[in-house]
Design a protein around this ligand. Structure first.
Ligand code: FES
Length: 482
C-alpha cells in the first residue's frame, strides 16, 4: 500500500537472497506498511552486485537504487558484503562526476529477522528519493559543448628535459641489447614535431631513440604482448607506474623486463599543440629551451610553453622519476609529496550536477565510439573479451546516443577502479579530445580518500584495495545513513 502521497517514482532494489530479501518478506508477512515505489531484484549476495547494475539502472531511468545485504560478519558467503562495501562506496563517490546526485544511491544491511528495520529503510529511502524528485535524464540535459578554461597549477616545475643524458641512455641500452629481444621507446614520427613508438632490436635502431616532451605515448601498453620474451622498456615516471601495475596483476614477469628510466619534466598536450599549428605542409625547425618548445611550421614560429601546453596529467604528476627501474639516468627525483587536483577534474568540480550532466551529454555527442581510449589503455587487458563487444551477457548495445557512449565510458572507468595509474593514454588517444581521464581521476581520488591514500602503480607488492577488504573500514561509514 502506498504511504507516500506523490506520484510513484522508480526505485530499483538489489536485495541479497539470504538476509535482506528475507527481511522484506518478514515485513510483508507482518503486513508492515511500506511505499510501493521499490522494484526488488533478488541477488545471491550483495557481493554479486556489479557496479554496472547500479549505473545501468540509473541510466535507464531509475530515480533511485538501493542495495541491501546481510550485516557485515553475517554474509552467507563469509565475505561477499565486505568486498561489496568497498565497491559500492566507490560507486557512490563516482556518481557526482557524472552529474548524478549521490543520494540517489544508498546501500545498507538488513537481516531476515529485521522486518521492522526493512520497513524503516525502504520508507526512508523512498522519502529521500521523493525529496529529490524524478532523476534528471541525460537525454533532457542541455548539452554543454565548450570546455571551461582549466586552472593550470603544477605540483612541480615543468620543462623540456633538454639536458637529459640521452647519449648515456643510448649507451646503456646498447650494452643490454644483446640479452633482449627488443627495447621499446620513442622515435621521431611523421615529422619532427611528433614522436611514435620505437622497437629497438639493433644498435642502429637505438640511435633513433628520442627523449623529451614529445614522447607522449605510454610504451607500457605494448608490454603484455611481449609476455614470455625478454624485453626492455624506456619509461617516464607515469609509464613506470603502468609497469608496476602490470607486474602487480601478473600480466608481465619482472625477470623478463629491463626498465630504463630518466626523469621527466612534462609532456605536451599534442591535441592543443596541433590545434595551434593548424594545417601545415612542413616543419622547418624545432628548438627547445628550458621552458618551452618552439616549432616553426611553414615559416611561422609557434612557442609552446610547458606551463601552458603540458598534458593535464603532468600538472598533478607525483612521479617525475620512475618508481621502478633497473638503469636510471639523470638526477634521481623522489615521489612528490602533496597533491594538486588535475585540471580536467578541477573543471568538473567547479560545475553543478546539472552542468556536469550537460557536459557529458555534449562530450558524448562528439564521441565516435572508436574505442581508441580502450585500445590505448595499458590496463585494459581483457580486450578480446571486452564487455562492450560481448553479446552474452549483452550489457551494451552499439547505439549512437550519448547515453550508450557514456555507459561505455563508465564501464571502462569502473573496470579501472584501483588500477588506473592516470597515464592519460585514453584521453590522449581520443581523436576528438574528450577529457575522459576525469572519470578515472574521480575514481582514483575516491580510492585515495577511502583507502589510506592508495595510489595504483606505486608498489608491485601492494594488494589493490578492491581486491581485499577490512572487517571494519576506517573511512566507510555506511551505517550512518539514516
Ligand atoms: Fe547476504 Fe552475502 S549472502 S550479503
Amino acid at each position: 500500500m502506498p504511504v507516500l502521497k506523490d506520484k510513484e517514482l522508480r526505485i530499483v532494489g538489489f536485495l541479497c537472497n539470504w538476509c535482506s530479501y528475507g527481511g522484506a518478506d518478514t515485513a510483508g508477512v507482518a503486513r508492515a506498511t511500506q511505499p510501493t515505489d521499490l522494484r526488488i531484484i533478488r541477488v545471491p549476495c550483495s557481493g554479486r552486485v556489479d557496479p554496472l547494475f547500479i549505473i545501468k539502472a540509473l541510466f535507464e531511468g531509475a530515480d533511485g537504487v538501493l542495495v541491501s545485504g546481510c550485516h557485515p560478519r553475517d554474509c552467507h558467503y563469509s565475505v561477499g558484503n565486505y568486498y561489496a562495501r568497498r565497491r559500492l562506496e566507490v560507486v557512490k563517490q563516482f556518481l557526482p562526476v557524472l552529474g548524478i546526485d549521490p543520494r540517489r544511491f544508498e546501500y545498507t544491511w538488513v537481516s531476515a529477522s529485521e522486518g521492522q528495520r526493512w520497513q524503516q529503510v525502504v520508507t526512508d529511502f523512498t522519502s529521500q528519493i521523493h525529496e529529490l524528485g524524478p532523476a534528471p535524464r541525460l537525454e533532457d540535459a542541455e548539452p554543454l559543448l565548450k570546455l571551461a578554461d582549466m586552472a593550470l597549477s603544477s605540483l612541480h616545475a615543468l620543462g623540456t628535459n633538454r639536458n637529459a643524458p640521452l647519449a648515456e641512455l643510448k649507451e646503456a641500452i646498447k650494452a643490454k641489447l644483446p640479452e633482449l629481444d627488443c627495447v621499446i621507446g620513442w622515435q621521431q614520427g611523421y615529422d619532427q614535431a611528433h614522436a611514435t613508438p620505437l622497437f629497438m632490436t639493433t644498435p642502429e635502431d637505438v640511435d633513433k631513440l628520442t627523449w623529451g616532451p614529445l614522447n607522449v605515448m605510454n610504451p607500457a601498453v605494448f608490454l603484455p604482448q611481449f609476455k614470455g620474451k625478454k624485453v626492455g622498456i624506456v619509461v617516464k615516471g607515469c609509464d613506470s607506474r603502468s609497469v608496476v601495475e602490470l607486474l602487480q596483476e601478473k600480466l608481465i614477469n619482472r625477470e623478463d623486463v629491463v626498465i630504463f628510466s630518466m626523469p621527466c619534466e612534462g609532456t605536451l598536450d599534442m591535441g592543443r599543440v596541433n590545434s595551434v599549428l593548424g594545417r601545415y605542409t612542413r616543419i622547418d625547425d624545432i628548438k627547445y629551451d628550458d621552458a618551452a618548445v618552439t616549432i616553426t611550421a611553414d615559416g611561422k614560429e609557434h612557442r609552446f610553453c610547458m606551463t601552458e601546453f603540458a598534458q593535464g596529467k603532468c600538472y598533478s604528476c607525483v612521479t617525475p622519476g620512475a618508481v621502478i627501474a633497473d638503469t636510471r639516468l639523470g638526477q634521481p627525483v623522489p615521489v612528490q609529496p602533496g597533491s594538486v587536483t588535475p585540471p580536467e577534474l578541477a573543471m568538473l568540480d567547479a560545475m553543478t550536477l546539472e552542468q556536469r550532466l550537460g557536459f557529458w551529454k555534449g562530450q558524448m555527442d562528439r564521441c565516435l565510439r572508436c574505442y581508441a581510449c580502450r585500445n590505448a589503455c595499458p590496463m585494459c587487458v581483457c580486450r578480446d573479451f571486452c564487455i562492450s563487444d560481448s553479446r552474452n551477457p549483452h550489457w551494451m548495445n552499439q547505439g549512437e546516443s550519448p547515453k550508450d557512449k557514456l555507459f561505455f565510458q563508465t564501464i571502462h572507468a569502473l573496470h579501472l577502479a584501483g588500477r588506473c595509474t592516470g597515464c592519460g593514454e585514453c584521453q590522449r588517444a581520443c581523436p576528438v579530445g574528450i577529457p575522459i581521464l576525469a572519470l578515472r581521476q574521480q575514481i582514483a581520488r575516491a580510492i585515495g580518500q577511502l583507502f589510506d591514500d592508495y595510489k595504483s602503480g606505486m608498489d608491485q607488492n601492494a594488494i589493490p584495495p578492491l581486491l581485499t577488504y577490512a572487517p571494519e573500514e576506517k573511512n566507510i561509514h555506511e551505517r550512518e545513513w539514516k
